[in-house]
Design a protein around this ligand. Structure first.
Ligand SMILES: C[S@@+](CC[C@H](N)C(=O)[O-])C[C@H]1O[C@@H](n2cnc3c(N)ncnc32)[C@H](O)[C@@H]1O
Ligand SMILES: [Zn+2]
Length: 373
């Protein structure tokens, strides 16, 4: 029924295909590797005598057991499925971390409402929304959230407004839009408990979005974090796009005709407009990744390194789509970035897509520069 594997430096029993009642996804090893480095980085940069961590939807318990074994925090590992709970207990024993790890067989929301944890990790099937209220009430210092319901978050089908209270648009930068809509929803939920969000590392990879965000207490800080929400206007005719604040929206202080082509702009949001990562934190995560034994080290280093260098602009441009619209063969991305920089613009790659760039150049300027290459 079970086979033993190793992730990081932790041994874990995982279900074979016969034990379908317990969830195990080998594709999330990359996410778990980045988590281990991020939690270690957090403990270094924001030290506290004894940090408590909860893996509230644990499946095999692999994530929580790794946090106990590889970072040494005091962990609670919970799953409401009884076979999963029994496997969590076996995985705790297999790594001899009984002194710092406790298994629970509860509804995650009940546990989170009853107890406050320094670090709260929510890794559900699909949307984290059913757990956001309890997670935001419980968390004291760091929130780690996965979403795999990328369709409503990214605008591929309806449901964004119902689930996240925000409208996504299905643009070429939908992965970033989904990440920022999720951050916006978490900001509002934390605000209800007078808590403020500070994103430390937010990324999207394959089928999932992962947020790692510091949480601070205080109504004033919470008010300030709400001011980081806003909207993105997008013209589907010429590709022009810009961001604007909540205050501008409430004051109807927004031009909804495209300044470049005169068509109607579509509006997405509310979403989180400020930086979705903290550079110093990501650098510490990079160091942690580099010195650890990890199965997905190369991929993890690439994502985190690109996040470090990525411009804090809330959208990106797909290079191939841009060149297709201009009916020209795409020049190398590196020459486009160099040319933009020598023309006085900021420009970077983005971890959201290997074939996209971020720049503060407007799309008409960008098109002019691409055509020159
Ligand atoms: C995506 S899996 C977790 C995977 C795991 N975090 C990992 O890294 O391998 C989601 C888990 O949540 C559990 N679950 C679903 N609803 C729950 C609830 N309300 N309370 C506690 N556990 C729940 C499921 O039994 C399942 O094991
Ligand atoms: Zn336009």
């Amino acid at each position: 029924m079970f086979s033993e594997i190793t992730e990081g430096t932790t041994k874990v029993l995982v279900p074979t295909h016969l034990a379908k009642s317990i969830f195990y996804n080998p594709k999330m090893e990359l996410c778990r590797d980045i988590d281990i480095a991020s939690i270690a980085a957090f403990a270094t940069l924001y030290p506290s005598p004894s940090l408590t961590y909860i893996d509230a939807l644990a499946g095999t318990g692999m994530r929580g057991v790794r946090v106990a074994n590889e970072v040494g925090l005091q962990v609670t590992i919970n799953d409401r499925s009884t076979p999963a709970y029994e496997l969590i207990q076996r995985n705790i024993a297999l790594n001899a971390v009984e002194e710092c790890a406790t298994a629970y067989n509860e509804n995650a929301n009940v546990l989170l409402i009853q107890t406050r944890y320094d670090l709260v990790d929510i890794d559900p099937f699909g949307s984290p929304v059913p757990f956001l209220d309890a997670a935001c009430k419980s968390v004291k210092r760091l929130l780690l959230i996965t979403a795999t319901d990328t369709a409503p978050l990214c605008g591929a089908h309806t449901g964004g407004v119902r689930t996240y209270g925000a409208r996504p648009l299905n643009t070429e930068y939908h992965a970033e839009m989904g990440t920022r809509i999720l951050l916006g929803a978490v900001t509002r939920e934390l605000g209800r408990y007078d808590k403020a969000i500070q994103p430390l590392l937010s990324y999207a990879s394959a089928h999932f979005i992962r947020l790692i965000a510091r949480v601070e207490r205080g109504a004033k800080k919470a008010d300030e974090s709400m001011q980081r929400l806003g909207f993105v206007a997008h013209c589907f005719s010429c590709g022009h796009r810009f961001a604007f604040s909540y205050a501008d929206m409430l004051d109807l202080n927004v031009e909804n005709t495209c300044a470049l082509c005169g068509q109607k702009m579509r509006i997405a949001g509310p979403l989180y407009l400020h930086p979705i990562k903290k550079k110093e934190f990501c650098e510490e995560v990079h160091e942690e990744l580099a010195k650890r034994t990890l199965g997905k080290k190369r991929e993890a280093l690439k994502i985190v390194n690109t996040c470090i260098l990525e411009l804090d602009i809330p959208f990106y441009y797909e290079h191939h789509a841009l060149c297709k619209a201009l009916k020209i063969p795409p020049p190398p991305i590196s020459s486009l970035l160099d040319t933009l920089r020598s023309a006085g613009f900021s420009a970077s790659r983005t971890h959201f897509s290997d074939t996209a760039i971020k720049t503060d150049a407007r799309i008409d300027e960008l098109k002019r520069i691409v055509k020159m290459l």
